[in-house]
Design a protein around this ligand. Structure first.
Ligand code: 5AD
Ligand code: SF4
Length: 473
């Protein structure tokens, strides 16, 4: 699609601003400020979407509540990646019949990835009649207009057209993450991994202009943010649609030139587009952390092909060997799917052997969940769930032993951490992250929250490091 059509024009943005004013005017007629309840499920990209939806709600005169009974607007920002995520949302929607019965003026809004699927919209249309507004991620920038329609039209509003997607700048953001900020650098996905629903619900890959991203990061650093996470379904293909040759490594290098005391992270990455240039750029940077989340999904070449992941086990190993050569302190994590349709036990064990070969710092592990509309959902899947569970447990046991050993190696070391907040453990009252994004529970003064500190690590387990703050640096 032509670039001008991808970018939301200034006139279109101004129109949405007008709708924000109109909704705010409606809200101001009330005796009290309206309260919005916003719940976000799923990945960081969705969290970033939630922050934009909340930013628009605040601009429209809302305050926030975490009680659905008190809320004038309930917004469920949903995820579609696995069946469980959807089941939770249907359960929640069921409960909202009661809040709506008690307060018939309550506006219930379903957005996010689940809302973009025609089968979900149909079900909501027929069986969840208390839902007033349904909009997919592609329509997010038009939320003010859609909310205005939900208030002023008699019927329910559905905006779930299968659009390739646009890029809207200057949407207000309500940041919820303390000194950590999410920055979407691109939207959508073109990869069509055979198990994945994302390309169907988030449209085609489209990259924001480098200047817009750099400006946003500069403003965040100036405002005191200490951790900036660049987001995209596949950040390694950033820039391909710009047609200028400018790529993700160029963007990282440009951001890195911004002075200040901050870390840059990014996610998620596809191995097929990860390049030595990217790793060299990370190694040479001042702010980009030596941390990489590089989902491999499987350690077996036949399964990788069936998943439509165009790389091999050997290719993946070569890639991370290079990354570790230029960044010996690299913290490496990955995603794995066990039980892809037709996967044999031997193939699943190839994944376990890959885990034992690579020694990831941590893994996000999933059992295959068929997503209607994807090619993998149509494949024969004869392996019983209990069998898959056994393979899954073998995988988790292997990784847990590795994570435990990796964490134990930190004991006695002093590491730089970003103190994020309080923990729920009175013995280790602070919660922090290392440069490699490992969780640290630590002793120290609350005044350290929001700052970089050094922590001496004294204990560890599979999930976290434990230590004490030494001094602020
Ligand atoms: N079933 C199980 N896991 C999935 N993922 C994506 N789609 C599915 C599915 N249908 C996992 C992948 C991806 C992570 C975000 O979720 O591992 O990297
Ligand atoms: Fe994120 Fe994918 Fe879930 Fe959408 S479906 S919220 S993109 S993980």
């Amino acid at each position: 699609m032509e670039r001008e059509k991808v970018l939301v024009s200034a006139e279109e943005t101004a129109r949405q601003k007008e709708y924000m004013d109109k909704v705010r005017a409606l809200h101001e007629r009330r005796t009290t400020k309206p309260l919005a309840y916003v719940h976000t499920y799923g990945c960081q990209q969705n969290v970033a979407d939630g922050e934009r939806l909340m930013g628009m709600l605040r601009e429209m005169g809302c305050d926030f509540t975490d009680d659905t009974k008190r809320a004038d607007i309930v917004l469920m920002n949903t995820c579609a990646i696995r069946e469980n995520a959807e089941k939770t949302v249907y359960g929640m929607l069921g409960q909202l019949t009661h809040t709506k019965a008690a307060n018939p003026d309550q506006i219930i809004c379903l957005c996010g990835c689940m809302a973009q699927q025609p089968r979900v919209a149909e079900k909501v249309k027929n069986s969840y009649r208390h839902v007033d507004l349904v909009l997919g991620p592609q329509a997010e920038w038009r939320f003010p207009e859609l909310l205005y329609r939900a208030y002023t039209e008699r019927g329910r509003v559905f905006s779930i057209d299968d659009e390739p997607g646009r890029i809207a700048e200057d949407i207000p953001v309500y940041r919820v993450g303390g000194v950590s900020a999410w920055v979407s650098i691109m939207y959508g996905c073109n990869n069509f991994c055979s198990y994945c629903i994302v390309p169907y619900v988030r449209g085609r890959e489209r990259s924001r202009e480098p200047a817009q991203i750099v400006r946003e990061v500069r403003e965040l650093v100036a405002a005191g943010y200490k951790e900036i996470t660049l987001l995209g379904q596949n950040v390694n293909s950033y820039g391909k649609d710009l047609g200028t040759g400018y790529d993700f490594a160029d963007l990282l290098a440009e951001i890195d030139r911004i002075d200040g005391d901050y870390w840059v992270r990014f996610m998620s990455s596809q191995p097929k587009d990860a390049t030595p240039k990217l790793f060299d750029t990370m190694a040479a940077s001042r702010h980009v952390t030596h941390q990489l989340h590089l989902p491999v999904q499987s350690g077996n070449d036949r399964v990788l092909r069936a998943m439509n992941r165009p790389y091999t086990r050997a290719g993946y190993l070569e890639l991370i060997n290079y990354a570790r050569r230029v960044m010996p302190d690299l913290v490496l994590t990955s995603d794995i799917i066990i039980g892809f349709p037709g996967e044999t036990e031997a193939e699943a064990m190839d994944t376990v052997s890959l885990i034992n070969e690579v020694h990831f710092d941590a893994l996000f592990t999933f059992i295959f969940s068929p997503r209607p509309g994807t090619p993998a959902a149509k494949l024969d899947d004869p392996t019983p769930r209990e069998e898959k569970q056994r393979w899954f447990d073998a995988l988790c046991n292997a990784q847990n032993a590795i994570s435990t050993a990796k964490h134990a190696a930190y004991i006695g070391k002093t590491v730089r951490v970003l103190v994020e907040g309080e923990s729920d453990d009175a013995d280790w009252p602070l919660s922090a992250r290392t440069e490699g994004n490992r969780l640290v529970r630590m002793k120290g003064d609350k005044s350290l929250i929001g700052t970089f500190a050094t922590a001496k690590i004294s204990d560890s387990n599979t999930w976290a490091l434990y230590g004490a703050a030494e001094e602020t640096i």
